[in-house]
Design a protein around this ligand. Sequence first.
Ligand code: HEC
Length: 98
Amino acid sequence: MTLDPELVKFGLQFVERTGASGNQCLSCHGKEKSQEFKRRSLGAIFSQLHQKVNVCWLDRNRMGEQEEIEEGSRVMQAIRTWLAKEYRLEEQLARGGK
Ligand code: HEC
């Protein structure tokens, strides 16, 4: 399965972007970080990614943002696509889900 390179790139920019709290997604989820993303665990929750991402996005101790990321938005597509590429979850991506 070919992943849209623009979405992969946008997804990476998103997880490296500093949020209102001063954190980036990768401050917690990057390599060797306390909540390092793992392929198996991500695979298990991939269909609930929208909800999981918004918990982190809105929590003031995590990203501290105000507005929920909408399901189906380009940002959400980009996060999914980047994760699928980085953690070899193309099958889960193809299956779709929320
Ligand atoms: C300050 C630390 C922190 C930041 C920053 C943070 N998270 Fe999280 N994240 C957590 C913790 C702790 C958990 C585990 C508890 C939970 O599921 O809420 C988690 C869980 C998750 C999960 C579920 C992972 C799994 O394998 O079950 C996803 C997906 C996720 N975060 C995405 C993100 C994204 C995308 C961002 C940036 C927009 C982000 N997080 C920012 C701390 C953080």
